[in-house]
Ligand binder design. Sequence first.
Ligand code: ADP
Ligand code: MG
Length: 330
Amino acid sequence: MKEQIISVKNISKQYQQEQASGVQNISFDINKGEIIAIIGESGSGKSTLLKCIYGLLSVDEGEVTFNGERILGPNEQLIPGHKEMKMVTQDFSLNIYAKVYDNIASMMANTDVHYKHEKTMEMMLHLHIDHLKDKKITQLSGGEQQRVAIAKALVTNTSVLLLDEPFSQVDALLKNQLRADIKRIAAETGVTVIMVSHDPADGLFLADELLILKDGHLMQRGKPAEIYNHPNHIYTARMLGNAVVLNTDDAKKLGLEIKEGNAVFYPEWVELSNSWNSRRFEVKDVYYKGFYEELLLERNGVTIRAIQLNRGEHKKNDHVQANIGRFLKL
Ligand code: ADP
Ligand code: MG
């Protein structure tokens, strides 16, 4: 039985009266122990939503509850949020002159020194930063600082961890490791994670639930695979999978049966094979992508993209047989 921990009910927050900004009428529930990823382009309202959930911003309408208790806004209490919620922002808020150990330990009272020490060591092990114990924050890389910030957030009895663009400061290699860490820590500690990112790769890999934000509106919510395979908006398909979007005329030129709107498909839905329903395309360009290649294909003046796993099979100016195996009408 899933236990609900946070409920966001019809919240709206507008910064300026005339202009559209902030978030509008957003509702969703979060279950205990889940990882929620809020994905959207820059300015779509992700940080605003996170701050409203945390109690850092006062909402214009609606409410956020934590275990049924309403989260108070900054006008209603001195320290924002709920004591079991912690937010890690891009600036990490660490004491840069103090050691890693002290940054984490300082979150706890001195009433039980033994417990404080044990808990600090435990968190450092969890985040794989125990070897950095005696280093000062200024001596750490961005990724290491981030781990300290997360350890610091989790060392007290935190049941909800909020992360704003947690992977924006780190390189690709460390990103993979941090993602895996967050997933592991959530599983090990049962902490609920709400993270915000403009890079959907973060959310797709990590999250139990994805929320897609656009212009302050919640566009879609669901399991990553569900949303990826059944996006209800071009915006989502473009953001999650770099989808190809063809208007009605262009779609018809490729023989796609569509009366209005757009035909939308991911490059990997294009089958490069010689079958009864495949059509002849010209290869306009080949982009090297590591373990695969992306082909730019043209037919009747319409350009699409396809994925080729067997690298080097088709070259620029070649002709290939391709079939758009699946497409969405959006
Ligand atoms: P995101 O985190 O998705 O990039 P934000 O939540 O920061 O987006 O911002 C959403 C919208 O609200 C943007 O249009 C932004 O310009 C506007 N906005 C954010 N903070 C403020 C503010 N303090 N004052 C006025 N407008 C703001
Ligand atoms: Mg933001």
